[in-house]
Design a protein around this ligand. Structure first.
Ligand code: AMP
Length: 299
């Protein structure tokens, strides 16, 4: 199955203990696409401003992404500035400049409306809803969000959550939206808000899936040198959704395998700044590391 992702294409400025980078190509949709493209064809829906570097657009094209619904609008590209300290588990946002995202009205082609697998990556929930309403009959819809939107557009987020199958969220945000500190209680509460399943990402501590039938935890792949965790969650989601789209079904076994692929994809993302590592990633790299991971976990 093809996969459609709506999210941000951004210019990021990032500071980590390994160094500082300005104007890196980033954004939720870009990071997501780097891993999802290894499984199926990916249609990217986002907006960029007139300042978006031409070579970055060429780069996205070279990744074989479908850019028919990547819109250039008058104004500046979405910009995010963040810093990581200590355990590198969560970013401190220093600046968010919405630019063209503030007035973005997504529209997809007639053909794209028929895509059955949809990921609403981290962006304004109002935009997520507008996009979802254009899709004809999606078989699988998953959504990610973050504190910025949970705090500023909570009502809109709660509305769009009612229409999704899987809510992919990090632990801090799961606690913030549910009001529950314990993640099992948080998972249950979030499911009662609409999504059939909730997949909570816990950074270096892995991820855990809650459905009505089972709970499935998975540790993170141990990485020795974490350079830049920006986009790890999106890369995880890309591997997860890419695998589901390729499989064409959502059974318990397929979901567990998809989480393993997401985990491995994210482990590559953190090893370098921005898209440096994931843009060179092959399905063979993923499979090799996954087989090491399986051996590690056998007991
Ligand atoms: P992650 O580390 O997986 O949470 O994703 C980080 C990416 O999300 C960065 O590349 C940012 O450009 C992008 N980002 C940061 N803040 C927002 C926001 N408020 N809405 C959408 N995307 C964002």
């Amino acid at each position: 199955m093809s996969l459609l992702v709506l999210g941000t294409v951004a210019l990021d400025s990032v500071k980590t203990p390994s160094g500082k980078r300005d104007c890196l190509l980033g954004g939720s949709a870009s990071h997501f696409s780097m891993s999802a493209r290894l499984f199926t064809d990916v249609h990217l829906v986002a907006t960029i401003g007139e300042d978006f570097p031409l070579h970055e657009r060429d780069f996205l094209r070279s990744m074989k992404l479908n850019l028919d619904s990547l819109k250039v609008n008058a104004g500046e590209t979405f910009k995010w500035e963040g810093e990581y300290q200590g355990s590198l588990n969560s970013a401190v946002t220093l600046k968010t400049e919405l630019g063209v995202l503030a007035t973005f009205d997504p529209s997809v082609t007639e053909k794209q409306r028929g895509i059955r697998c949809v990921f609403l990556a981290n962006t304004d929930p109002v935009i997520q809803m507008r996009l979802l309403k254009q899709m004809r009959k999606p078989a699988l819809v998953a959504l990610d969000s973050m504190n910025f939107w949970i705090n500023s557009k909570r009502k809109d987020l709660l509305q769009v959550l009612k229409m999704v199958d899987i809510y992919v969220v990090n632990d801090e945000e799961a606690r913030s939206l549910s009001g529950e500190h314990n993640l099992i209680k948080a998972g249950r509460k979030l499911r009662s808000m609409g999504p059939k399943m909730v997949l909570i990402k816990k950074g270096e501590h892995g991820a855990i899936l809650y459905s009505d039938k089972f709970i499935f935890p998975m540790p993170a792949y141990p990485v020795e040198t974490v350079v830049d965790p920006t986009g790890a969650g999106d890369t995880f989601a890309g591997g997860f959704m890419g695998y589901l789209a390729q499989s064409g079904k959502v059974t318990e076994g397929v979901l567990k395998e998809a989480i393993a692929y997401g985990t491995i994809a994210a482990s590559f993302n953190v090893e370098a700044f921005g898209l440096e590592r994931t843009s060179k990633l092959t399905i063979k790299d993923l499979r090799n590391r996954l087989s090491k991971f399986r051996k590690m976990m056998k007991f």
